[in-house]
Ligand binder design. Structure first.
Ligand code: SF4
Length: 365
């Protein structure tokens, strides 16, 4: 169904931490699609939702997790690289020592409609990365370390600023190597009124230990399951163990939170949203990944097949990567969807909110 309609908008006023419900007229091009709510099967009423981290904070388990995570920094095995370096004193593969680095933070309107809503997803982009993808589209941030070091209080302030702007969630981008720093910032943010869901937006090159540490803290997992073939992972991610690590952690994410659930406005509140960037000439990887997701997680997994690959970073200039020096074809994209459908997946992400872009200020909230 298409057309304009009126819906309620709930915003959190960070100043006093209370919910304020306002009704505004919104021109949307579609109502929430079946793929998101599943005729109510994947509806989590907003009134029944409490962010996971608030419960962990109240029970005291968040403090235990912070202590354990900071201790892990002394011999870091927080990701599959297992560097065992003391990050209180120096850094290793991910180039981040005691404090996280942030390159930018802002309301992001390019994320999936279930995540960006109409006021944006509150993204915080972390500097550096534990992968070395030769085609990285954010290489200035991930491979050159663009950004500034932040204290836990700084990071908490960014979360609150994004919430105050009306963002529907806080979306940690490239968080694999800074799980302790994220956890450490949360009590500062919670005490000053953080109430929106947390999104863990990851390459899926995480350790199971990290995923256990953020169990009961993260509300929405957004792993990008990139490649399946270890040889492809060795050449293009510089991580031949990537497929095994990704398989383990996406399953653990699903065991923690289940298939993605949305509220009455089609906003993600809890669960797993799997992304997959289709790579040129690597449809076999796609086929194995969708089979795995369907059989080991659920055919109800919300799935975003991404078509925006373009050769960037080393893939745009080095001859040894010339086979991925092109965009994917329409035929390859169709094949990716066909593989996913054949595996039984059906909750495919698509745009339905239209192409509007309004800031919180634009709504005069
Ligand atoms: S998080 Fe960084 S230091 Fe720790 S194991 Fe991974 S790459 Fe090494």
């Amino acid at each position: 169904m298409t057309g304009a309609f009126t819906c309620s908008v709930k915003t959190l006023l960070a100043g006093n931490g209370s919910w304020s419900k306002r009704t505004v007229s919104m021109k949307l091009w579609n109502t929430v699609p079946e793929q998101a709510h599943g005729s109510g099967r994947f509806l989590l009423p907003r009134r029944d939702f409490t962010p996971a981290y608030l419960q962990s904070h109240e029970s005291g388990s968040l403090k235990d997790k912070i202590d354990e995570a900071l201790e892990c920094l002394r011999s870091c095995t927080l990701c599959p690289r297992n560097c065992e370096v003391n990050r209180w004193e120096k850094y290793a593969v991910c180039k981040v020592a005691r404090y996280a680095r942030v390159s930018s933070y802002f309301p992001h309107f390019g994320e999936e409609d279930v995540v960006r809503g109409w006021l944006g997803s509150g993204t915080i982009f972390f500097g550096w990365c534990n992968l070395r993808c030769v085609f990285c589209q954010n290489y200035e941030t991930s491979q050159k370390g663009q950004g500034d070091e932040v204290t836990p209080r700084d990071l908490a302030g960014m979360m609150l600023e994004l919430q105050q702007k009306g963002c529907h969630n806080i979306n940690f981008v490239t968080p694999e190597h800074v799980v302790p720093q994220i956890l450490e910032a949360l009590p500062y943010a919670i005490s000053r009124g953080l109430r929106v869901p947390l999104v863990y937006n990851t390459s899926a090159y995480d350790s199971l230990h990290s995923i256990r540490l953020i169990s009961g803290v993260v509300d929405i997992y957004m792993p990008d399951f990139k490649l399946w073939n270890p040889e492809h992972c060795r050449k293009y991610l510089l991580a031949p163990d990537y497929p095994a690590a990704a398989r383990d952690v996406v399953r653990a994410m699903h065991e923690q939170t289940g298939a993605m659930k949305v509220d009455e406005d089609g906003l993600a509140l809890r669960g797993v949203l799997v992304r997959h960037l289709v790579m040129p000439g690597m449809l076999d990887d796609t086929q194995e990944i969708v089979r795995y997701i369907a059989s080991e997680l659920s055919t109800d997994t919300y799935f975003n097949i991404m078509d925006q690959y373009f050769p960037a970073w080393k893939a745009s200039s080095e001859d040894k990567y010339k086979e991925i020096g092109r965009r994917i074809s329409q035929r390859e994209l169709s094949q990716a969807f066909a593989h996913a459908a054949a595996a039984g997946l059906w909750r495919f992400d698509r745009r339905w909110r239209g192409d509007f872009r309004l800031s919180a200020a634009g709504w005069n909230l």
